[in-house]
Design a protein around this ligand. Sequence first.
Ligand code: NAD
Ligand code: ZN
Length: 375
Amino acid sequence: MKAVVYQGPNEVRVEQVEDPRIEQPTDVIVRITTTAICGSDLHMYEGRTVAEPGIVFGHENMGVVEEVGSGVASVKKGDRVVLPFNIACGFCRNCLAGKTGFCLTANPGFAGSAYGYVGMGPYKGGQAEYLRVPFADFNCLQLPRGEEHEDDFAMLADIFPTGYHATEMAGVSPGDTVAVYGAGPVGLMAAYSSILRGASKVFVVDRVPNRLRVAEEIGAIPVNFAEASAPEQIVSQTDGGVDRGIDAVGYQATVPEGEEQPAVVLNDLIETVRPTGSLGVVGLYLPKDPGGPTEEARNGKLLINIGRFFEKGLRMGTGQANVKAYNRQLRDLIIAGRAEPSFVVSQRRPLDDAPDAYARFDRREEGYTKVVLKP
Ligand code: NAD
Ligand code: ZN
């Protein structure tokens, strides 16, 4: 079959690789109909991780079940399913508590696992024609058959539940004011989720004009941090700061002019949120960042202003999204016509176009907010 294979920094190729096969009785094989490129893939693509050439990328996958292992009870050949990016067993302590982003079985010794991701277990990615899905009864979310809502449902594999998870960790409640840093697909989904949860005002911070435009189109207030300090712009429009803050940027923040180190978005958030407010951090921070500018950064240590954080009595949640905790409910909002997360999809391309699509998405080119590939 064809698959998107990492070659080294800034290069992927579509190559012939071995077809996946049932390895455990609890596996199914899914024929991929839609698979998205994620900002998380870019960490590997840019050579900023310890990813080795040969990895098949792709953790945002959906498709139709092609083959079913003998121990699978509820999933049938022909079912249309979307697959949470975290692979979870469903029976460990964390899975039972709904913390499926931290499954203790699927990737022993590391918190959490995923398809096609360095450090996240031995699982191949789904930017390919077929994908092996472990613990299939737990990891397949059933979808209505047919082709309706294809790109909306594809967003259930990662970014819609991830954006929602950020609002859950931050505790966004009706009437709250919210600031989301990052207008990439994840930030836009966090802003969209905040609006779904009844936020009264949502600010979205970035500097990429077309991304800020999309934020405005869904009813958020765009804030361009390249024009003036984002915390100052937001605090001046609220009563001493927003109630909730969301980090959808992570360690890959831009480097401010005249400085050598990337901005630490968390410090901006600490200034943006009112005293006793709370933060949800889904932007990725790496335990090791081989390309980091300093020894500390290379060891995943950034300077967080803990003094201000303490002084303001803030709270914070972090980590991988527990996709399973929300994807059924978010699916049903899509089916009911009350959520349409595919507004973020700007490019639909055949799998063969992956090398070009990666390069343009990586440059955050106009029109490359979210790319889905159609094998
Ligand atoms: P992206 O790279 O497309 O978006 C990041 C955005 O942040 C860009 O638009 C960029 O211009 C903006 N930005 C850079 N510096 C900034 C700054 N100082 N202030 C404000 N904005 C700034 O990525 P994405 O796909 O939207 O993903 C965002 C982050 O979420 C990534 O780190 C990704 O790895 C992570 N992620 C986490 C999870 C999870 O489960 N926790 C899941 C998916 C993605
Ligand atoms: Zn992703």
